[in-house]
Design a protein around this ligand. Structure first.
Ligand SMILES: Cc1cc2nc3c(=O)[nH]c(=O)nc-3n(C[C@H](O)[C@H](O)[C@H](O)COP(=O)(O)OP(=O)(O)OC[C@H]3O[C@@H](n4cnc5c(N)ncnc54)[C@H](O)[C@@H]3O)c2cc1C
Length: 502
């Protein structure tokens, strides 16, 4: 097992689990009848007309489709991973419908994959074993907002920006912000986070209660409406980040927070990305507590200027934002931030960025993924997402820079720097096997370096398909316990097969 207090990771040689389930001879009738003993490949049943007819009897006929274009739309997310079509797409509207579909699929050994907005970046919702996709876009009601308790009850298909629009006049908001128009169910499944996570935390910090439909069709209620609890195992944290492999979220109570009373933002540019990286550590260490601390390479700034009509200097750049209660307090914070930036050789520090300018910059920042794609029409884009402890941040950035300098590949640095979370987007020509092999080798080395620095192979995009190969190196023997948990909740391995486990 990897000793998390020592540098370096070890492989434990855990056996292949993709598409495998554990079998036992224990009597039928028990929910655990297939627990432990042998591992064998799951032979899922292909969907027949008969299955489709049965499933159509659970939901109304207009909420089920086997149409080619619908299957195509549910074959791929926003990653470079190969599309695979499901056999049927179903739009449930009630928790009971989800439970009935799962019960049926479990009995007939048909894979089921949850689908929010399909905005994942690691192939997380691609139905690699085909079967059923459950699309939650029509189960999207905001059931109740309890302003006094700072809570909202939601169906899984609620888009988080729509929730924040509804909350606009209440003085409250839901902070996790992955940027794409993602659903609460997808955010919970991926434990999504974003530009504000350094201050507000990620999705896992906002889930108070969950209703989960299990593979056997049972619905369980987890958590409490109290703002704290010490009651028993924290099963909510088990489901958050499980990528729909343990159960399907059919309802959630999320925590809300008050909108900041005052806000200030600044832009700082640096001669090198290394200097910007060192500044990130100094700002976090100083206790200034930024609400956002983003680092962008000049190649990103160039795209943002061109596509969003901005006029930012073409240098490695830090965007920082602070939230507080008075303008004088924030002015002091900005002064201290400027001092820190200057110590690291800052080229220009622009304080007092207003809300309109800030919104324009962040709109461009959130659009960067698509801009990069548009600018490389004949390429696929590999999006690396790693995170390290903040003390190791500048070393990771320097290593990436040195590694990429050895190649002619187009690459873009964009980083939720305050969390030590780096995205390196690398463009590789479609169909150029040699180039993609090179990209794979680079990623392999950089992820290993990240693990050696005490970090993780994914800061926010999840494991999906792309990061499975690093699970042994990152988790060692605890991966075996993850498998046991998976087998306990989903003994027939029908839920989002082929994900997480190498
Ligand atoms: C331009 C762009 C920028 C992005 N930036 C960020 C970022 O800053 N931070 C970040 O964290 N992510 C980011 N992402 C990735 C993505 O938006 C998030 O991972 C998001 O949480 C996915 O939500 P979704 O609704 O699209 O879910 P999907 O992609 O549809 O599904 C995600 C996973 O959840 C499962 N799932 C869906 N619904 C349910 C359910 N009800 N119950 C159980 N499982 C379910 C799926 O099977 C899949 O495994 C970005 C994506 C894009 C395209």
């Amino acid at each position: 097992m990897r000793n998390m207090f020592a540098r370096g990771a070890q492989s434990t040689g855990i056996s292949n689990y993709c598409g495998l389930r554990k079998m036992t001879k224990i009597e039928a009738g028990s929910n655990l009848r297939r627990l432990v003993m042998l591992e064998e490949p799951v032979k899922y049943n292909a969907l027949t007309k008969h299955h489709v007819k049965d499933l159509a009897a659970i939901v109304s006929a207009d909420r089920l489709s086997t149409g080619e274009s619908v299957l195509d739309l549910h074959a791929k997310d926003q990653s470079h991973h190969k599309p695979i079509r499901p056999e049927v797409v179903i739009w449930p509207q009630q928790a009971a419908e989800v439970a009935a579909i799962l019960r049926y699929a479990n009995e007939h050994l048909i894979p089921v994959t949850g689908w929010g907005a399909g905005s994942s970046l690691e192939g997380n919702p691609i139905p690699v074993a085909k079967g059923i996709v459950l699309d939650f876009t029509r189960m999207n009601r905001i059931l109740e907002i309890r302003e006094g308790d700072f809570q909202a009850d939601l169906e899984p298909g609620v888009i988080y920006q729509d929730l924040n629009d509804r909350l606009r006049h209440s003085g409250l908001f839901f902070p996790p912000d992955p940027g794409a128009r993602s659903t609460i169910g997808g955010m919970i499944a991926n434990n999504a986070s974003g530009t504000r996570t350094v201050y507000y935390g990620s999705t896992k910090d906002y889930v108070l209660r969950l209703s989960v439909a299990l593979a056997n069709g049972e619905i369980i209620e987890l958590g409490t409406r109290a703002s704290k609890t010490s009651s028993g195992y924290d099963l909510i944290r088990l489901f958050v980040g499980s990528e729909g492999t343990l159960g399907i979220v059919v309802g959630a109570t999320v925590r809300l927070v008050g909108l900041p009373v005052e806000f200030s933002a600044a832009i700082a540019t640096f001669p090198t990305i290394d200097a910007a990286g060192k500044t990130v550590f100094e700002i976090i260490r100083s206790g200034l507590n930024p609400a956002t601390l983003e680092l962008l390479g000049p190649e990103c700034i160039e795209l943002m200027n061109r596509e969003e009509n901005l006029d930012l200097d073409l240098s490695p750049t830090l965007f920082m934002e602070f939230h507080g209660t008075t303008t004088s307090q924030l002015a002091e914070v900005l002064e201290m931030a400027e001092e820190i930036c200057n110590t690291q050789g800052c080229l220009k520090f622009e304080p007092g960025v207003g809300r309109t300018e800030r919104d324009r910059i962040f709109k461009a920042r959130h659009g960067l993924g698509e801009m990069i794609l548009r600018n490389h029409p004949d390429c696929g884009i590999l999006i690396m997402d790693v995170a390290v402890p903040i003390t190791a941040y500048s070393e990771l950035i320097a290593t990436m820079k040195a590694e990429m300098a050895e190649t002619n590949l187009a690459c873009y640095y964009l980083s939720h720097a305050g969390n030590g979370n780096v995205h390196l987007n690398i463009a590789g020509k479609k169909g150029d096997t040699q180039e993609w092999n090179l990209i794979d080798q680079i990623v392999q080395r950089l992820v290993q370096k990240t693990l050696d620095l005490g970090g993780t192979a994914t800061g926010e995009h999840g494991i999906g398909l792309g990061k499975r190969k690093f699970m042994v190196a990152e988790h060692g023997t605890s991966l075996d316990w993850m498998k046991k948990v998976k087998t306990l909740f989903d003994p027939n391995a029908i839920l989002n097969p082929g994900k997480i486990f190498p």
